[in-house]
Design a protein around this ligand. Structure first.
Ligand code: BTN
Length: 246
């Protein structure tokens, strides 16, 4: 990963740039990086605040081999494990993963992941994995509505973080986990994810396209879905959504 890097000063969204490179046949592992995004996108239609030079705003092109579309959540969790391991290796902070793939430090979000994919005959063709890491943002860099919910590695560590060092470690962790996934499947990734998770074994509220679900986070299944035990004891599986702690 990272052998083919496209680096821009400013783009609307690295996701959009990566999608046009997919159409041109860019190989797996192609990375699009930008210093600033003018229209960064988050999950569930949200905007992603991406000020100049303060973060790592990137999109990676993946072309997984013979992976069914239903396995997409597994790959989402894989990226969050790689990111969490990289952050923990470079920065002395207790980073954890909030299902499915928010990176939290002290309860506040420091990074997010957005996977966009295409499939043919229920088999994945390509994935554009967008990752936004708030590396050196200072409190004043955040709009007021984000100040209580977002943080950066700089704010948590108390000193500036070398973005290139973090990026290299992340790409290394990611490439290794991706190879492990193709060799051994999701089981080892699931174990790593569970060990880094801050969402499990807690009462949670999950916001989905179908509405709110309250329950107890039991675990994740072999597809990467979150299993929630409802009040009546039945289990409901979530493949995407937003989790809040109750
Ligand atoms: C989320 O937590 O909602 C996901 C945020 C993903 C943000 C990254 S920044 C690089 C890439 N380009 C985008 O427009 N979004 C992703």
């Amino acid at each position: 990963f990272g052998k083919h890097v496209k680096y821009y000063d400013e783009v609307d969204s690295t996701q959009t740039v990566a999608l046009s490179l997919v159409a041109e046949g860019a190989p797996e592992g192609t990375l699009v990086l930008a210093e600033r995004q003018t229209a960064g996108r988050g999950r569930m239609g949200r905007q992603w605040h991406s000020p100049k030079g303060k973060g790592l705003w990137m999109s990676m092109i993946l072309r997984p081999k013979h992976i069914p579309l239903s396995f997409t959540p597994q790959l989402t969790l894989l990226v969050s494990v790689a990111l969490c391991r990289a952050i923990r290796a470079i920065v002395p902070v207790e980073a954890g993963i909030k299902w499915p793939n928010d990176l939290l430090i002290g309860g506040r979000k420091a990074a997010g992941i957005l996977l966009e994919s295409s499939a043919e005959n229920e088999t994945l063709q390509h994935i554009i994995a967008g990752v936004g890491i708030g590396v050196n943002l200072e409190p004043d860099d955040y709009p007021p509505e984000l100040r209580n919910v977002a943080t950066s590695l700089f704010i948590e560590a108390g000193y500036r973080i070398d973005r290139v060092e973090l990026l290299c470690r992340f790409l290394l962790e990611w490439e290794q986990l991706y190879a492990l996934y193709h060799e051994q499947g999701f089981a080892p990734i699931k174990l790593l994810w569970e060990a880094l998770s801050v969402s499990l074994h807690k009462p949670i509220r999950c916001q989905t396209a179908q509405g709110l679900v309250d329950g107890y986070a039991e675990g994740i299944d072999e597809l990467g879905a979150l299993a929630i035990r409802l009040q009546d004891g039945t289990i409901r599986k979530m493949y995407s959504g937003d989790v809040e702690f109750r």
